[in-house]
Write a protein that binds this ligand. Structure first.
Ligand code: COD
Ligand code: ZN
Length: 358
C-alpha cells in the first residue's frame, strides 16, 4: 500500500535476511480480514508504504542468529503481536498487549524494517506483512504446528479464530447456559459464535445487516438471528431473551453505534465485549446511570486476550477434534494477483472468509 484509498500494488520489493531473533517464512496462505481494509481506507493510521496482511501461515525457510523458538522446515501460524516476553504486559501474562510491540508498530522489534523499495523503507503490518510470498518475522511471532493442518485454516487461527473464539472464552469467559448476542457476523464474528457455542451458551443470537451472513451464522452455532437492517437489534435481542437482554454481548464490526447497541442489549450484570475498532475519533455514548444501576461491565478485547504461543495450539487441537468448524469458514480462495478483487468481495459482503493461497 503506497497511498490511502488506492488499490494495493503488486510488485517486487527487497527483503533483507532475518536478523538476530528473526526468521524468514515462505507464506502458504493469508486471510482477507477487514482490519487491513481499515488501513486501506485510512480509518486507522499506519506507516506507509507498507506490506499489509496480518492473518497468515507458512513454513520457516531460514533462521537468523540465535533463534531457538523455531527451526527450518517448521510449519507456523503467524502472530501479529510477537511478544517480547520482558515487558510488564508480557510478564503479567498479557502478551497480546506486548509493550515493545506497541512501541515499534509496523516495524520490527528493533524499530527498523527488513522491507525496502525504491530506496525507501517499507513497513510490516503487525510485523507479519503476509500479503507477500516471503516475510521476515520475529521468532516470537511464529507459532510452530506439531501436526500439519491446511495452510488456509492455520492462517485463520492467526487472526479471526483466535480473536473471535478468544473474545468469547478468554475475554468474556462465557458461562454454560448463558445467553449471547453477537453484532457483526464476518470472519471474526462467526468465530465469536463458535467460541460461545464451545462454552455451551444456551442461546446465541447473531445480529447482522445481511441475511446471507445470518443464515451462514446458523452453521456455526447461532440459535437465533436478527437482521439489524430492518429491525431494532436492541429491541429484538431483548424480546428473544424474555425482556432481560443477553448475558454476554459482543461488538464485532467496529463503530460507535454498534458499540452502543451492544451495551444497550446487555442484561443486568451483562458483560459487553468490544472487539471491533471504530474509525479513529468515533465515540460511543452509554447511559452512565444504567451502567451503575444494572452493574454492567464494558470491556475491550484485543486478539482474543490470547497468548499466541500457548493459545493458538489450543485452537489447532479444537479444529482437529472437530470442535471448531474452520472447514466451512473459509469459502473462497484467491491468488495474490487477485487481492484487490478479494477486498471488493469483502466490501460486497460475500459470506465467510476469503484466503489467498500461494
Ligand atoms: N450491524 C450489524 N452488523 C453489521 C453492521 C451493523 N450496523 N454493519 C456491518 N455489519 C456486518 C457486516 O455485514 C459483516 O458481516 C460484519 O459486520 C463485519 O464482518 P467483516 O467480514 O467485514 O469483518 P471481519 O470479521 O474480517 O473483521 C471485523 C473486525 C471487527 C475484527 C474488524 O473490522 C476490526 O475492527 N478490526 C480491528 C480490531 C482488531 O482487533 N484488529 C486486529 C486484527 S483483526
Ligand atoms: Zn484480522
Amino acid at each position: 500500500m503506497w497511498e490511502v484509498g488506492q488499490p494495493l500494488d503488486i510488485r517486487e520489493v527487497d527483503l533483507d535476511e532475518p536478523k538476530a531473533g528473526e526468521v524468514l517464512v515462505k507464506i502458504g496462505s493469508a486471510g482477507i480480514c477487514r482490519s487491513d481494509r481499515h488501513f486501506m481506507h485510512g480509518d486507522a493510521p499506519i506507516a506507509i508504504p507498507v506490506v499489509l496482511g496480518h492473518e497468515g501461515a507458512g513454513t520457516v525457510v531460514q533462521t537468523g542468529p540465535g533463534v531457538t523458538l523455531a527451526s527450518e522446515g517448521d510449519q507456523v501460524i503467524l502472530s501479529f503481536v510477537p511478544a517480547c516476553g520482558r515487558c510488564r504486559s508480557c510478564l503479567e501474562g498479557h502478551s497480546n498487549l506486548c509493550d515493545l510491540h506497541g512501541a515499534t508498530g509496523a516495524n520490527m522489534l528493533d524499530g527498523t524494517t527488513r522491507l525496502h523499495a525504491d530506496g525507501k523503507d517499507v513497513h510490516h503490518m503487525g510485523k507479519v506483512a503476509c500479503f507477500a510470498e516471503y516475510a521476515v518475522i520475529p521468532e516470537t511471532g511464529v507459532v510452530p504446528l506439531t501436526d500439519s493442518i491446511p495452510m488456509d485454516k492455520a492462517a485463520m487461527i492467526g487472526c479471526s479464530v483466535t480473536t473471535g473464539v478468544g473474545a468469547a472464552i478468554y475475554s468474556a469467559e462465557v458461562k454454560p447456559g448463558s445467553t449471547v448476542a453477537v453484532i457483526g457476523c464476518g470472519g471474526v464474528g462467526l468465530s465469536v459464535i463458535m467460541g460461545a457455542a464451545l462454552a455451551n451458551a444456551s442461546q446465541i443470537i447473531a445480529v447482522d445487516i445481511r441475511e446471507a451472513q445470518l443464515e451462514f451464522a446458523m452453521r456455526f452455532g447461532a440459535t437465533h438471528t436478527v437482521n439489524a437492517a430492518d429491525q431494532d437489534p436492541v429491541r429484538q435481542v431483548k424480546d428473544l431473551t424474555g425482556g432481560r437482554g443477553a448475558d454476554y454481548t459482543f461488538e464485532v464490526f467496529g463503530s460507535g453505534d454498534t458499540t452502543k447497541a451492544a451495551y444497550d442489549m446487555a442484561a443486568k450484570r451483562g458483560i459487553v465485549t468490544v472487539v471491533g475498532i471504530a474509525p479513529w475519533g468515533q465515540e460511543a455514548s452509554i447511559n452512565a446511570v444504567d451502567l451503575v444501576r444494572n452493574e454492567k461491565t464494558l470491556r475491550g478485547s484485543y486478539y482474543g486476550s490470547a497468548r499466541s504461543r500457548t493459545d493458538m495450539p489450543v485452537m489447532v487441537d479444537l479444529y482437529q477434534s472437530g470442535k471448531l468448524n474452520l472447514d466451512d469458514l473459509v469459502v473462497r480462495h484467491y491468488t495474490l494477483d487477485q487481492i484487490n478483487e478479494a477486498y471488493a468481495d469483502l466490501d460486497r459482503g460475500e459470506i465467510g472468509r476469503g484466503a489467498i493461497m500461494f
